[in-house]
Design a binder for this molecule. Sequence first.
Ligand code: ASP
Ligand code: MG
Length: 409
Amino acid sequence: MALYVHKYGGTSVGSVERIKEVANKVIAARERGEQVVVVVSAMSGETNRLVALAHEIDGSPDPREMDVLLSTGEQVTIALLSIALQARGCPAASYTGGQVRIVTDQAHTKARILDIDTERLREDLSAGRVVVVAGFQGVTESGDITTLGRGGSDTTAVALAAALRADECLIYTDVDGVYTTDPRIEPRARRLDRITFEEMLEMASLGSKVLQIRSVEFAGKYNVALRVLSSFVEGPGTLITYEEQGVEKALISGIAFNRDEAKLTVQGVPDRPGVAHAILGPVAAANIEVDMIVQNVAGDKTTDFTFTVNRNDYSRALAVLEGCRSELGAREVTGDTHIVKISLVGVGMRSHAGIASKMFETLANEGINIRMISTSEIKISVVVDERYLELAVRALHEAFQLENSHHAD
Ligand code: ASP
Ligand code: MG
């Protein structure tokens, strides 16, 4: 019997009406002869509301207590969905993360799943019941409630699919799949039929917020076929899966961008061994994550060193560098918060040269100046002024013909 894990996000269970619609979808799947485990998020806005309540009392509430608080959101939706299923004559049982025994480490508010006991769920499934599990939560060995980080219900669903060896994990959400780029920027953006785990990880870490990044890592590691699809309109969605040999690959799958970066430049530092460490050491010590790094070679035995950080960390990073500027022997520290990173992502570029030069040519034709470049096996990223974001994304989408479904040969 085919087994599917369905996950419904906050907007899909945002009201009693919508919860009833979820029940209809689950019942339809059962009538097709499928076994279903359902993972739900809290009703939309609920987790934010709970966070705000705590912050009204204390600016930095105890993480253990936050987990007790935040886990209540999902407990409401599992019960309501089970009630809705039973009201339609469908046998169902709801479980919190702790009741299943989704065992996590003790990192409150960002816990990681260590183990899942599937015994009780399997008993229910064999007895013909739909199992409804609270997303986003687990329990430590010693019985404390934990949560998995914002968006963590995706990870619960994938972890359950892996533990139960489900045929597919269906992530029902308010978009109908993964797109070649953000349709709000490029209206001709196209829904992808499939994308690899690796590409999806790049897209997700670059700001395509369809799935929690950890859930994609998990799915890749345990090879769980993941499908993102709309809970409001019918359609096949996007299948996220491993790279199949012999299947034709698109050269470029998508264009991702990240508006949350800022860049810092340390100018005129002596060009000698240890400089990169002298600059980035204190930044790392301040717990600031660095993304792209570029070091120039200058003729006069000094060099400029540029890197990007999250925009939220910009002022702290600037202060750290100012603090060690004279020690570094640097001339000046400058920065820019009005930048964006734009990336082409595609496993097809592994076997095709010339993608980078076509990207640079396209940007040059639009008069867009590239400030930084970095490449990996399946990604080319550039940093440009933020005012060029729309123009650059549209020009690249056009140049690589992403509006058409086509494959590399
Ligand atoms: N309710 C949690 C959140 O809003 C978890 C989730 O929805 O995935 O982040
Ligand atoms: Mg989500």
